[in-house]
Design a protein around this ligand. Structure first.
Ligand SMILES: [Zn+2]
Ligand SMILES: [Zn+2]
Length: 282
């Protein structure tokens, strides 16, 4: 039989454990208060319109549509999963509330965090059918660099950081409508990748274009030449987006245009050469 510990030592240990438990509870309380009242510069989320939040992930911006459930739009670079979950908590929801994930296109800065996110949330993942095979493939994601020298240089790094395959549950097509925020319309906007999509919320007057367009120094621009498969096709997609009505335009890497955005896109689209004209002028 083991000798009995003197009562005084027993008491001291019990007191020590109780103090540790009190400290842990206090730390959890402070961290919950911080998540709730975090001042703007330290917040992960920014409200665009009621129910729609932008999230700073690693390397890009994701979006949260917050209703009874949460829809996550894009998953950032690898390592973004935990940050997206913290953003979900910041808007007062839990991982179990995330029921849908929609991906704008299959570049690593948009799907890199997807496998880790899928481990923690009971959500269905929707991707346009042209990009879905790349997301679900056992093969590494395609190298996004169009310049062959850059592509070869960065290939080892991309292979090293490749997130691995993710689950795709829903294949999206042009004009599909999802029951999110009063109706979310999928607009196929190829050019940057074959399966790039924009997401239109007519009831909120918001269009999310992912990487289908850039917004630099206050100017709208074609998607980056460095990472886009076909700029003529991207220009056609922008002309298509210019037929929609929306007040606010959101991107994956740039500041949003908060008002009068459809007029700005129509003006920009009117400056883009038609492919036929380009061919005609050689
Ligand atoms: Zn991209
Ligand atoms: Zn991107």
């Amino acid at each position: 039989m083991l000798p009995r510990m003197p009562r005084a030592i027993d008491d001291t240990r019990a007191e020590f454990r109780a103090r540790q438990a009190r400290l842990r509870a206090r730390r959890a309380e402070i961290s919950a208060q911080w998540e709730e009242r975090r001042p703007a510069p330290f917040r992960l989320t920014r409200q665009i319109v009621p129910g729609l939040y932008q999230v700073r992930t690693r390397g890009s911006r994701a979006y949260l549509v917050v209703e009874d459930t949460v829809t996550v739009i894009d998953a950032g670079n690898p390592g973004s999963g935990e940050r997206i979950l913290a953003a979900v908590r910041e808007v007062g929801k839990t991982a179990d509330d995330v029921r849908d994930i929609v991906i704008t296109h299959a570049h690593i800065d948009h799907v890199g965090g997807l496998p880790e996110l899928q481990k923690h949330v009971p959500a269905r993942t929707a991707v346009h059918l042209a990009d879905a095979p790349q997301v679900a493939s056992e093969q590494p994601l395609p190298n996004p660099f169009m310049n062959p020298v850059l592509a070869r240089l960065l290939d080892p790094y991309l292979l090293w950081t490749d997130p691995g395959p993710a689950r795709v549950d829903v294949l999206l097509n042009d004009s599909d409508e999802l029951p999110v925020l009063g109706g979310l319309r999928v607009v196929h906007a190829p050019g940057h990748t074959d399966g790039s999509i924009a997401l239109h919320f007519p009831s909120r007057g918001v269009l999310i274009v992912g990487d289908a367009m850039q917004h630099k120094l206050g100017r709208l621009m074609l998607p980056s030449r460095l990472f886009s498969k076909d700029l003529d096709e991207a220009a056609s997609s922008i002309r298509k987006l210019a037929t929609l009505d929306f007040e606010t335009l959101c991107f994956s890497h740039f500041r949003p245009v908060l008002c009068g955005a459809d007029r700005r896109v129509r003006e920009f689209a009117s400056t883009l050469d038609r492919p036929a004209q380009r061919a005609a002028t050689g």
